[in-house]
Design a protein around this ligand. Structure first.
Ligand code: LUZ
Ligand code: MOS
Length: 756
C-alpha cells in the first residue's frame, strides 16, 4: 500500500501550520537576540542602556538572569546559552531583547554595543589543530596494518581534499514560542527535530524538572539536521523570557540572522594516501580528517565519528588507518547536516581514487568497481557487510548502458572544441542507526476511539520527509483500515517521552516499529475479543479492509463494530509501543562493533556538459540505482532521492560559504550564497528501485532513504572534473569542493598548453 503524502493537500492550499501560522495569544511579546559582532575576545562591557530606553522594549536578558544552568551543550557542556565572560564567534548570543513587537525588538538590538579585549581568531581547522584546540581527543579507526601494506603496493598516491560547509536553508527559519502554564510549568512550541533536547535544556536553563516543560512540534518547514541540536537555543531563550516575565514570548529568526548565527555542515580539510596493486586493487588507505567544528562541540564529535565510519564509502580496503580531529575554531558551532559527516569522508576516498585513476590513466570506475564491498567483507569498524554494492553497480551499468554513454561522450568530446562532457560513477554506502547506540529507541502512543477512528502519536517530527504518512501507513496496514480513519498528532513531549531527534535517516524505522508494536498489541486484543463475540477460535479471525473475517470470509462484524463492542466489554483500546534496535553495539575503545542495523547502497551515473569558454555547466543526466529494500511508499521515497541528490549537487558545485579572516560570514544572504533551483536539476533524472526481498531491520523492509541520496551529489564533482580533463588533460586542480563555475574556469585553463 502506498499513499500520497498526507500533508500534500494542506501544503498545496497553504493551510499547513508552521510556527509562524500559530495564532498568537493576546499579550505575546517578541524576542530578538543580540549576537556578538566579534569572533573572539573577553567581554569588557555590554552596553544595554540605549536599547533599554527604546519604545516598546520590555526587558533585556543576559546570562545573569538565568535561574538554572547557563548551558546548552548536547554532547559536551561547552556552550553557554548566553555569553558570560567571553565571546567565541560572530553571532554568539550575548543578550536577548524582549519587546512588544518583533520589529521593535530587532531595532533595539541594533543599539546594543559590546566592548571586548580581542583574542586571536582562528577560522582554519588545521591551524586550530596545530594550536591543540581540539573539541575531543582524535580518534583512529584501523583495519589491517596500513603502514606496512603500502610497501606491497605497486602504486601509491597522496594528496589533499577539502569540502566546504553548507547552509541548511530550511524554508522555515529557526524559531520558538513559549507560553506560561499554571503551577510553574511552561509550554514551548518549537521548530525542532529534537523536542526532547529542547525540553531537557529548557528545564536545565530554568532550573525545573523536565515534567514541567511541554514541547510541541506540529511540523517543520525543513530541518536537514540544522534543527537537530540548534533549535534548542531559540526555544530556551523564549522560555527564559517567558518564565521570568510570565508572558508568552515568541522568536522567529530573520533569514539573515539565521544564516549568521547558526552552524552549518562542517567544512573538512583532509590528507590521504592510497596504495594499489597492479590489478587496481586498493590495498591500503590512510586518511587524516580535520573537521572545522566551530566554537563549541554541538554534535561535532558524533559527526566526526560518522566521517570515520564512512571513510571507505562502499569499498572494501583491507588496510585502513583513518584519523579524525575535531578542531575548535571561531565560527558558529557547525552541526548535523544530511549525511552527518559521512559525505565529507566519502568525498576524500573518491578524491583518492580519482587521483590514482588520473595518474594511472585509467577511468576511476575501473578502480571503483574493482574494490566494491562484498557481503562478508569487513568495514574498518568491524561490522561485516551485507552488500548490495555490486547489485546496484551492475544494474546501473546494464540498465543505462553506460558503455554506450561513454562512447557517445568520447565522440562528443572529439567533435566539440569548446563543449566537453564528463561522466562519473558514484557508488554510495550509508549505515543506518544513530552511531550512539542508546539513541536507537522510540515510542508510540496509539488510541483506538470507540467509533473506530485511530489517533497516533510518536517521537517522529514531520519536516517534509513524509514520516507522518509512513506512521499512518503502519497503523492502516496492521488494522487493515482506511487511512481516512487514522490521524497523526503533533510531536509532543507530554505524549511521548525521551525521544531521539528525528535524524540519522532512522526516524521512520524507529518510530514506525514502535507504532507497529502498539498496533499489534491492540490488534491481538481485538482479535481475542472478536473470537469471543463470534464464538470461534482467535486463529480463525483476521482483519481485512475494515471487516472482521473468519477463516478468510466476512463475518457479521466490521472494524467499527468490533471496536465499539470491545469498548463495551472494557477491552483496552490504547497502547504505548516501544522499540529498540536489536543487535547493535559498539566498543569505542577498540573502535569495533556492529553499529548499524543495516546499510543502504546505490550507484549513480552523472553526465555533465561544460561550456569551456565560460566555465558554466549543465547536468545532462543523473541515472541511479538505489537500494530501497522494499519501499513502503515509492512516491515519498522517490521525492527523498530527488531532493537529496539536488541538495548534494548544490553542496558539491555551487554552495560556497565564505567567512573572512575575522570570522565574519560574507555569504550571508541568498544574493551571495547560491543554492540549486529548478534550473540546476539534471535535465534527465532516472531513479531505478533496486528492490530486494531480503530481510532487514527496516520498517516493513523499506530501507531508510533520508540521507543516503545526498551522497550521489558527490558524483557531480567528479563528472565536472572529468569534463575539465577532457578539455585540458594537464589541469591539476586541487580536490576542493564546491566546484563553482569560477573554479571550473580556472581548471580549464590551468597549465594549458597548445591550442586544441
Ligand atoms: N545524529 C546523531 C545523526 O545524533 N547521530 C547520528 O549518528 C546521526 N547520523 C546521521 C544524522 N544525524
Ligand atoms: Mo540529521 S543530519 O539526520 O538531522
Amino acid at each position: 500500500m502506498s499513499i500520497k503524502n498526507i500533508d500534500s493537500f494542506t501544503h498545496t492550499r497553504g493551510e499547513s501550520v508552521y510556527l509562524d501560522d500559530i495564532p498568537v495569544v493576546n499579550g505575546t511579546l517578541y524576542a530578538c537576540a543580540y549576537g556578538s559582532p566579534f569572533a573572539h575576545g573577553k567581554i569588557l562591557a555590554l552596553n544595554l542602556d540605549e536599547a533599554l530606553s527604546m519604545e516598546g522594549v520590555v526587558r533585556i536578558f543576559t546570562c545573569k538572569d538565568i535561574p538554572g544552568k547557563n548551558q546548552i551543550g548536547g554532547i559536551i557542556p561547552d556552550e553557554p546559552l548566553l555569553a558570560d565572560s567571553a565571546v567565541h564567534y560572530i553571532g554568539m548570543p550575548v543578550a536577548l531583547v524582549v519587546a512588544v513587537s518583533a520589529e521593535l525588538a530587532a531595532a533595539a538590538v541594533k543599539k546594543i554595543t559590546l566592548e571586548i579585549d580581542k583574542l586571536h581568531v582562528i577560522t582554519d581547522p588545521r591551524e586550530a589543530q596545530q594550536h591543540g584546540n581540539l573539541i575531543v581527543p582524535p580518534r583512529t579507526f584501523r583495519l589491517g596494518g596500513s603502514n606496512s601494506a603500502f610497501d606491497n603496493c605497486e602504486h601509491v598516491f597522496e594528496g589533499t581534499a577539502d569540502t566546504n560547509g553548507q547552509e541548511h536553508l530550511y524554508i522555515e527559519t529557526q524559531g520558538a514560542y513559549a507560553l506560561p502554564v499554571e503551577n510553574g510549568s511552561i509550554r514551548v512550541i518549537s521548530s525542532t527535530q529534537g523536542p526532547t533536547a529542547v525540553q531537557k535544556h529548557t528545564a536545565e536553563v530554568l532550573g525545573i524538572p523536565m515534567h514541567r516543560v511541554e514541547v510541541d512540534t506540529t511540523r517543520l518547514g525543513g530541518g536537514f539536521g540544522g534543527k537537530e541540536d540548534q533549535a534548542t537555543s531559540w526555544a530556551a531563550l523564549c522560555a527564559l523570557a517567558c518564565w521570568i516575565l510570565k508572558k508568552p514570548v515568541k522568536y522567529s529568526l530573520h533569514r539573515m540572522e539565521d544564516m549568521r548565527m547558526t552552524g552549518k555542515r562542517h567544512p573538512y580539510s583532509s590528507d590521504f594516501r592510497i596504495g594499489l596493486d597492479k590489478d587496481l586493487r586498493i590495498l591500503s588507505y590512510e586518511v587524516s580528517f580535520y573537521q572545522n567544528a566551530g566554537a563549541a562541540a554541538d554534535l561535532s564529535p558524533a559527526v566526526l565519528e560518522r566521517t570515520l565510519f564512512h571513510s571507505t564509502n562502499s569499498y572494501h580496503i583491507p588496510n585502513v588507518t583513518a584519523t579524525a580531529y575535531s578542531c575548535r575554531t571561531n565560527l558558529p558551532p557547525n552541526t548535523a547536516f544530511r549525511g552527518f559527516g559521512g559525505p565529507q569522508g566519502m568525498f576524500v576516498i573518491e578524491a583518492a581514487i580519482a587521483k590514482a585513476a588520473e595518474s594511472l590513466g585509467v577511468p576511476a570506475s575501473a578502480i571503483q568497481h574493482k574494490n566494491l564491498i562484498k557481503s562478508g567483507d569487513e568495514f574498518p569498524y568491524g561490522q561485516l557487510a551485507e552488500s548490495e554494492a555490486h547489485a546496484c553497480w551492475k544494474k546501473a551499468k546494464s540498465l543505462y548502458d553506460t558503455d554506450k554513454i561513454c562512447d557517445e561522450i568520447r565522440q562528443f568530446n572529439s567533435s566539440n572544441r569548446f563543449l566537453k562532457k564528463g561522466l562519473s560513477f558514484m557508488p554510495i554506502c550509508f549505515g543506518i542507526s544513530f552511531t550512539k547506540i542508546l539513541m536507537n529507541q522510540a515510542r508510540a502512543l496509539v488510541h483506538v476511539y470507540l467509533d473506530g477512528s485511530v489517533n497516533i502519536s510518536t517521537g517522529a517530527v514531520e519536516m517534509g520527509q513524509g514520516v507522518n504518512t509512513k506512521m499512518l501507513q503502519v497503523a492502516a496496514q496492521v488494522f487493515s483500515i482506511s487511512p481516512q480513519q487514522i490521524k497523526v498528532n503533533s510531536t509532543n513531549t507530554y505524549r511521548i517521552a525521551n525521544t531521539s531527534p528525528s535524524a540519522a535517516s532512522a526516524t521512520a524505522d524507529l518510530n514506525g516499529k514502535a507504532v507497529l508494536d502498539a498496533c499489534e498489541k491492540i490488534r491481538e486484543r481485538l482479535i481475542l475479543s472478536a473470537a469471543e463475540i463470534l464464538g470461534c477460535l482467535p486463529e480463525a479471525v483476521s482483519l481485512k479492509d475494515g471487516q472482521v473475517l473468519i477463516n478468510g470470509s466476512p463475518s457479521s462484524l466490521t472494524w467499527n463494530g468490533l471496536v465499539n463492542a470491545s469498548y463495551l466489554k472494557r477491552v483496552n483500546l490504547s497502547e504505548h509501543g516501544h522499540y529498540a534496535t536489536p543487535g547493535i553495539h559498539f566498543n569505542s575503545e577498540k573502535e569495533k562493533g556492529h553499529p548499524f542495523a543495516y546499510h543502504v547502497y546505490g550507484t549513480a551515473i552523472t553526465v555533465v556538459t561544460v561550456d569551456c569558454i565560460r566555465g558554466t555547466y549543465e547536468f545532462d543526466a543523473v541515472k541511479l540505482v538505489h537500494d530501497f529494500g522494499t519501499s513502503m511508499n515509492p512516491l515519498i521515497d522517490k521525492g527523498q532521492i530527488e531532493g537529496g541528490l539536488v541538495q548534494g549537487i548544490g553542496w558539491m558545485t555551487m554552495e560556497e560559504i565564505i567567512y573572512d579572516n575575522e570570522g565574519k560570514l560574507r555569504s550571508n544572504a541568498l544574493s551571495t550564497y547560491k543554492v540549486p533551483d529548478i534550473y540546476s536539476v539534471p535535465k534527465e533524472l532516472d531513479i531505478h528501485f533496486l528492490e530486494t526481498a531480503k530481510d532487514n531491520l527496516a520498517i516493513f523492509r523499506s530501507k531508510a532513504v533520508g540521507e543516503p541520496p545526498l551522497m550521489y551529489g558527490i558524483g557531480a564533482y567528479f563528472a565536472l572534473r572529468n569534463a575539465i580533463k577532457a578539455f585540458n588533460p594537464n589541469s591539476d586542480m586541487a580536490f576542493s569542493a564546491p566546484m563553482t563555475p569560477e573554479k571550473v574556469l580556472m581548471g580549464l585553463y590551468a597549465h594549458k598548453t597548445g591550442n586544441r
